[in-house]
Structures are given as C-alpha cells and as structure tokens.
Design a protein around this ligand. Structure first.
Ligand SMILES: Nc1nc2c(ncn2[C@@H]2O[C@H](COP(=O)(O)OP(=O)(O)O)[C@@H](O)[C@H]2O)c(=O)[nH]1
Ligand SMILES: [Mg+2]
Length: 298
C-alpha cells in the first residue's frame, strides 16, 4: 500500500526508496496507483518547466540552479522527459555526467522518464508524477523537456513557470518563436552567453517581446557551464512566482492539466490494434467514409 506520509518521511531523511517505488507503480499503472493518486491533496509547490533544443545547456543550467537552491536549504526534485529516440540512452548518460554532483545528494532527487505515451507528447504520467513530487516534501520541482516542436507548449501547460533556453546562434528558434514560443515562455534564458553574438541575440528577443506586448516575460543571459548569471535567473524565477501564485494563473494551469488528463485517459480506452483491423475491413467497402468510421469510437 502506497502512503504519502512514509514517502515524505523518506524524502525528509534523504531516502528516496519509497518515493521510487511509488513512481514505478504509477509508471506501470499498478492497481493501487489510481487510488493512491486520488488520495493526494493539492500542494502549491512550484513546478519549474525548462525546455529548449537539445544541447542548449538545460541540464547544465539545472545543475547550477540546484546548487543555488541547495545552499538555501531547499529540497529539489528533477524530472527529465526525453522523447523516445535512439539517442535517448545517450541523453540519460549525458545528464548523469552534467548533474553528476547531485545524483547522490540527500536533498536532490533526479529521475529520467524513459518513455512517453505512444501518442506522443507529455502524457498523463508526467502530470501524475509531478503532482506526486509536489506532495512528497520537496520545495521545488524541475521538469526538463527537450524542445522539439510541440513540447514547449506542452511543458507550459504543466509548469507554473516556464523557462525557454536558447543559444545565441539559434536562428531557427527565432523562427519558432514567431509561431507561438513567445506565449509559452515566462523567462527566456540566453545560455552560452560566452559566445560573441549573445548581446545581439538577446536584444533581438527583447525587441520581439516588445512587439508582442509580452511585458511580463523576462530575458536572462547565462553561462551555465561557468555558473554565471544564475543568481539573476533565480531572482527572475522568484519574481515570476508571484504571478504564478495568482488564483487566475493557478486555475488556468489546473484546467489545462485536467483537459490533458481527460484526453489521455480517453485515448487509453482506445485499442489501437483493434481500430487498425476494423479500419482495414471498412476500407474494403465502397461506402467507406472516414467520419462515419471514426464516429463509432467517440
Ligand atoms: N560554451 C558554453 N557551453 C555550455 C554552456 N552551458 C552548457 N554548455 C555545454 O553544452 C553542452 C550541452 O549541455 P547540456 O546541459 O547537456 O544541454 P541540454 O541538452 O540542453 O540538457 C555540454 O557540453 C555543456 O557543457 C555555456 O554557457 N557555454
Ligand atoms: Mg539535458
């Protein structure tokens, strides 16, 4: 039987064994996981979403942020979500090196999610796990996702504060911003600001924010590998927390998570293989119509 109190006690003493068991139960959709999740009571512990293209320095940045927060006596949980890809194992190993100093620290819990829902995107498991972590005695939850296509939007629909990490020469990312990235970022982090074009790039983002009247979005320059600009970033995150704590923000975020859960749970009721077989049959008939076919499943 999973008990949040015993998980909390473990976390307080730096023993993550019961927490790890609960996470596995949720990931494996074990029988008692649903009941356990339904026993959790809401918690206002902030979820900080960190997204951006591979190699932008997200993990290095997280390692530096952890140091700041550890020194302030906080307990931190990091959930790293990578799209399933042939490089995934490598990505986890890489993060182990980047965040090496924290893997065994009693105030830090780091977990990589190996798989995402087969329908893509941040699945309901991520909502379940972040909610569990919020209730488990941590002071801060960090959710790292690789920014490929839609996932920035998805992380923003899960996190109280969303950081989009970019590097100075990322021309394509600027293009992406025009198509919606602007709205999801609460803070733009221009990492690798040791590069010569960092100031011009930063000015460009600031200009775009101005044009989009995104006055509440801040831009912070960092050199994560040298732990530079981290203090300023921590301040920007703290500042955004006052906005995130407003009732309207909390309600909007909860609605977005609820919708994601409903969609994910409804999708889980569908059997992909059956639909595929039935579709193959239906397509043989001359009267086949896609709308009519799909209708029987919703
Ligand atoms: N020059 C420079 N390199 C950095 C900086 N931050 C991270 N890196 C390097 O960039 C590479 C990718 O970093 P990583 O944190 O794994 O990126 P992620 O894929 O976004 O998590 C690593 O080799 C880091 O050492 C920085 O500010 N400046
Ligand atoms: Mg990483």
């Amino acid at each position: 039987m999973l008990e949040i109190e015993s998980i909390k006690n473990g976390v307080q003493s730096g023993n993550f064994l019961t927490l790890a068991k609960a996470i596995s139960a949720i990931e494996n959709n074990a029988n008692d996981a649903t009941q356990f999740l339904e026993s959790l009571r809401p918690s206002a512990i902030p979820i900080i979403g960190i997204t951006g293209p591979p190699g932008a320095g997200k993990s290095t940045l997280i390692a530096a942020l952890i140091q700041e927060w550890i020194e302030a006596g906080k307990r931190i949980a990091v959930l790293s979500v990578d799209p399933s890809s042939p490089f995934h194992q490598g990505a986890i190993l890489g993060d182990r090196i980047r965040m090496r100093e924290w893997y065994l620290h009693p105030q830090v819990f780091i977990r990589s999610l190996a798989s995402r829902g087969h329908l893509g995107g941040l699945n309901s498991t991520t909502i379940e796990l972040t909610t569990l972590l919020q209730c488990a005695g941590f002071d801060m939850i960090i959710l790292e996702t690789v920014g490929v296509g839609q996932s920035e939007v998805e992380v923003a629909a899960l996190a109280d504060t969303t950081l989009v990490v970019l590097v100075p020469e990322a021309g394509d990312d600027i293009q992406m911003m025009k198509s919606g990235l602007m709205e999801v970022a609460n803070i733009f982090v221009v990492n690798k600001s040791d590069r010569p074009d960092a100031n011009a790039f930063t000015a460009h983002i600031q200009q775009m924010l101005l044009e989009n009247h995104a006055t509440e979005t801040s831009v912070v320059q960092t050199i994560a590998s040298q732990k530079e600009g981290i203090g300023e970033l921590v301040k920007a995150i703290q500042h955004h927390q006052t906005i995130a704590h407003q009732q309207s923000s909390k309600q909007r975020l909860m609605l977005s998570k609820t919708m994601q859960l409903i969609v994910a749970k409804k999708m889980q009721q569908l059997d992909y293989a059956t639909i595929e077989t039935e579709l193959a049959k239906a397509m043989q008939t001359s009267s086949f119509n896609i709308f009519e076919f799909a209708k029987q499943y919703y």
